[in-house]
Design a protein around this ligand. Sequence first.
Ligand SMILES: Cc1cc2nc3c(=O)[nH]c(=O)nc-3n(C[C@H](O)[C@H](O)[C@H](O)COP(=O)(O)OP(=O)(O)OC[C@H]3O[C@@H](n4cnc5c(N)ncnc54)[C@H](O)[C@@H]3O)c2cc1C
Length: 249
Amino acid sequence: MSESPTLRRMRHETRRRSLRIAQIERLTPSMIRVVAGGDDLEGFHSGAPDDHVKVFVTTADGQSAMRDYTPRRHDAAAGTLTIDFFDHVGGPASDWARAAKVGDTLEIGGPRGSQVIEGPIAHWLLIGDETALPAIGRRIEELPEGATATVIGAVPEAADEQAFDSAAHVDARWVHRTDATDPAPLLAAIADLQLEPNTFVWIAAEAGVARALRDHFLQGHGLDKAWIKAAGYWVAGQADSSAKDLEQG
Ligand SMILES: Cc1cc2nc3c(=O)[nH]c(=O)nc-3n(C[C@H](O)[C@H](O)[C@H](O)COP(=O)(O)OP(=O)(O)OC[C@H]3O[C@@H](n4cnc5c(N)ncnc54)[C@H](O)[C@@H]3O)c2cc1C
């Protein structure tokens, strides 16, 4: 195989920003899109589609909490930042998004850094659940003409599927599942997938699901570790938990 991809790490100045919510929409039944802006967004930089910011919220018992969210779209000219929140039961960030109104404050910090995936990538295979769709959507939208990608997204139902604009050629496939902690539906969707040479595989989902998918490619396909990035974006039954780099897990 030719040269392997590399992760180029960038550091950014971290500061807390108070933004004003300008727009809220139900993107799909399970996803709440919040668009916020204001002077405090000045200097914001996000260098990679799978960056994350900390979103600061208050819990039901008045404690301060923070959770990780993807900067889905930063429009520097319009001065807006878009974040998509998956609407699940029982978390302060999800509760916050459900109750948020235009004019409310969105408190964020970061991103502290970015990992830019570079190298001779001929094809992107992007797999994940709802929490991964903001990063997948952003990557797809940032791909240039001539690039190709396959998306395999797991969502509750057809109405939760998302449409992405892209200059690239994108094959989006959707899996409808009831239990986001069960790897079986996604494993079935990738069972017969052949990897073209120089395919970069990017995975984010519940940690156990992401680990099962990663094992499938590393053990089942013998994929070189340099060609995969897998993360647990949340951990079943544990608040405020993730496994951002399964390489180190
Ligand atoms: C790098 C990174 C980027 C991320 N980007 C996004 C994003 O753009 N949009 C997004 O929606 N999420 C994103 N996530 C996931 C998000 O951070 C977690 O889902 C987070 O736990 C939600 O916080 P909460 O306060 O709602 O729930 P928590 O208080 O953290 O958890 C409460 C309970 O809910 C469960 N839970 C947490 N998340 C889910 C879920 N998705 N589905 C079902 N049960 C869940 C937990 O296991 C726990 O039992 C990202 C995570 C990482 C690491």
